[in-house]
Design a protein around this ligand. Structure first.
Ligand code: ADP
Length: 170
């Protein structure tokens, strides 16, 4: 089983609610390292995201059009099960701060005990995106007024700005 997984195929797992420039940075760098990259959008029936899984799939799919070795899919259940199902040997994650290290470390140890054949690989956030998170940009979109779009352009891809503002101001 273990040797059937492809070490040149990575799966980048996250909520992407919505995708940010920090996510995009990891996706584009990951696509440059691995032969194949799958962006896996986690669907948790217990949580109510701002964007539905279909909306997140559309937003991320639009972003990755220029990257020919990247596909985007939604999944339910355990991330390691999804990674294994896709035949990938690598789970890709991004790392921003010390707080990320602590939680990602715990998650990685749990994933390793569930699926020792899958290796988690981390890319450090690029400096300008270390404080960018989906929750921060949701706060800016919700609380900001007319100037929000100008502020958001530093944090999210341009195609995300309008759908994001529409969630709060339509
Ligand atoms: P989750 O809910 O699984 O944390 P996210 O969509 O918030 O999902 O993040 C997915 C992955 O991308 C995580 O590994 C997270 O640390 C990483 N990530 C999020 N934002 C950034 C960023 N600005 N720079 C680098 N990595 C990031």
């Amino acid at each position: 089983m273990a040797n059937t997984l492809d070490p040149s195929h990575a799966v980048y797992v996250g909520s992407f609610d919505p995708p940010t420039l920090g996510h995009w940075d990891i996706i584009s760098r990951g696509a440059g390292i691995f032969d194949r990259l799958t962006v896996a959008i986690g669907v948790n029936p217990e949580k109510t995201p701002l964007f539905s899984s279909d909306e997140r799939l559309k937003l991320v799919s639009e972003l990755v059009v220029p990257l020919k070795n990247v596909e985007v899919l939604c999944f339910e259940g355990l991330a390691v099960d999804f990674v294994r199902e896709r035949g990938a040997a690598v789970m890709l994650r991004g790392m921003r701060t010390l707080t990320d290290i602590e939680s990602e470390f715990t998650l990685t140890l749990a994933n390793r005990s569930l699926a020792p054949e899958i290796e988690t690989v981390f890319l450090m956030a690029s400096e300008q995106y270390t404080s960018v998170s989906s929750s921060l940009i949701k706060q800016i979109a919700q609380m900001g007024q007319a100037g929000s779009a100008a502020q958001l352009v530093e944090f999210v891809p341009e195609s995300v700005i309008e759908p994001l503002l529409a969630k709060f101001h339509d």
